[in-house]
Write a protein that binds this ligand. Sequence first.
Ligand code: ADP
Ligand code: ADP
Length: 228
Amino acid sequence: MIEMQDVWKKYPNGTNALQGVSVQINKGEFVYVVGPSGAGKSTFIKLMYREERPSKGQIFVNGFNIERLRESKIPIMRRQIGVVFQDYKLLTKLNAYENVAFAMEVIEAPRKVIVRRVKEALELVGLADKWNKLPTQLSGGEQQRVAVARALVNKPTVIIADEPTGNLDPETSWGIMRLFEEINNRGTTIVMATHNREIVNTMKKRVLAIENGQIVRDEQRGVYGYED
Ligand code: ADP
Ligand code: ADP
């Protein structure tokens, strides 16, 4: 469902962030992306949701070559992908409900569907009773739960996360990981870049290691494999 074929990414300043990456990720997989800082993990993630464009190579999501998509089809493709960031990226003036609803409003979903799905999503992440809180009134873990609800409210086939536990303490991080595991158990593919060695080593999922812009390891039930 996600495939990269010989993907290269050179930034305008000349940095070669990815150098010939080929990988296939199947529906329902849970994949960790690990590697040292600056290795190319974020670039790899950003290419999947078309935040960045490759300098060379092909990227397929759900069978669509996302480099050949017409502009008008990009919103349809983005709806298939939920994204979660390290710093949550919630809209500060909107409450939890509104932040999640916003993701459906931009795709012009009908009002009734929005109300029902946002409630379901907030329930799934355990925040039904905090629907009217602003981000500043929520803890970091709760803010990340809102972000996860926003990522899954459009029922994406894949959720992509870049260091989603990077700002959270270990216990809160585990809460977020259990949530991702539950979402994955319901059939949604998860691709997550992380520096959290304990989580990767405990969960025993597929691990892709990137170093110097190349995939240097691809293991089922893999380990973190770095000291940091
Ligand atoms: P990681 O997520 O593994 O830390 P990144 O994908 O963020 O790695 O970065 C890979 C390389 O590309 C690094 O050398 C980084 O400095 C560089 N890089 C990332 N984003 C940009 C950018 N927008 N412009 C120029 N260089 C960038
Ligand atoms: P429909 O509303 O058409 O019945 P489904 O409920 O079958 O759609 O879900 C479509 C996609 O969204 C599937 O890939 C499924 O795994 C995912 N999905 C549905 N509900 C959830 C959920 N609560 N958490 C995570 N993923 C979900």
